[in-house]
Design a protein around this ligand. Structure first.
Ligand SMILES: Nc1ncnc2c1ncn2[C@@H]1O[C@H](COP(=O)(O)OP(=O)(O)O)[C@@H](O)[C@H]1O
Ligand SMILES: [Mg+2]
Length: 221
């Protein structure tokens, strides 16, 4: 589903070269859920951005569902993202000028896979039925993130990439949102790569890797 081979990434900063990823190898199979942990600044978001084709590695190969990213130009990478990936970030990134149902439909529309039955099912699963006409600002943080998760899954992607999806929520909303995310991942049988710095959040996932000094360590406690 997702294969990363020998990824290297160095940022140029005013202070000089900052090596962040130093040879990342990772393979994620269909149906697997993987927690990516590591200290703040260790490069977790950088890795996720590379995996999503939002940024390019200096070296290495990234393959999503059999498509090698380096062979694609930016429009083709954007199409691949739309059609194969769901993305969830810590900041919900909902479209403020669109109501709940249009935020939910947006991704599926862009992917050309709108499905009214699935959308209605998702609305119910998100606990947002009846709030179709609300705008994001009228929702709680937990509700906004549930909507962002629904939007990411509206086109039934094969891979969901989530960067600290509960990082902006209080503990109780975080638990509800995480449980919902994991249920929907199971239901849609998509693979999940989730960045978190919480061992509690990582616990229910099937695998755990830790990023340290630009490299991944498997199953570290
Ligand atoms: N676009 C960028 N330009 C320069 N430095 C960056 C850029 N993006 C991230 N960094 C730096 O790379 C390191 C890793 O960042 P990040 O991947 O966001 O870490 P994490 O998500 O694990 O907290 C940090 O030191 C950060 O400041
Ligand atoms: Mg980060």
């Amino acid at each position: 589903m997702l294969i990363l081979q020998q990824l290297h990434k160095t940022f140029s900063t005013p202070q000089g070269e900052l090596p962040v990823l130093n040879g990342i190898d990772l393979a994620l199979d269909q149906g697997e859920s993987l927690a990516l942990m590591g200290e703040s600044g260790s490069g977790k978001s950088t890795l996720l951005h590379l995996a999503a084709g939002l940024d390019l590695p200096d070296q290495g190969r990234i393959s999503i569902d059999g498509h090698e990213l380096s062979t694609l130009d930016e429009p083709a990478r954007a199409r691949l993202r739309r059609e194969h990936l769901g993305l969830v970030f810590q900041q919900f990134h909902l479209v403020p000028s669109l109501n709940v149902i249009d935020n939910l439909r947006l991704q599926a529309r862009l992917a050309g896979r709108e499905d009214a039955e699935w959308t209605a099912h998702l609305m119910a699963r998100l606990g947002l039925s009846g709030r179709e006409a609300y705008y994001p600002e009228q929702l709680s943080g937990g509700q906004q993130q549930r909507l962002a998760i629904g939007r990411a899954l509206a086109a039934r992607p094969r891979l969901l990439l989530a960067d600290e999806p509960t990082g902006n929520l209080d503990e109780q909303s975080a638990d509800t949102v995480l449980a919902l995310l994991l249920d929907l991942v199971k239901e849609t049988r998509c693979a999940l790569l989730m960045v978190t710095h919480s061992a509690r959040v990582a616990a229910p996932l099937s695998r755990l890797v830790r990023l340290h000094m630009g490299r991944l360590k498997d199953n570290a406690p």
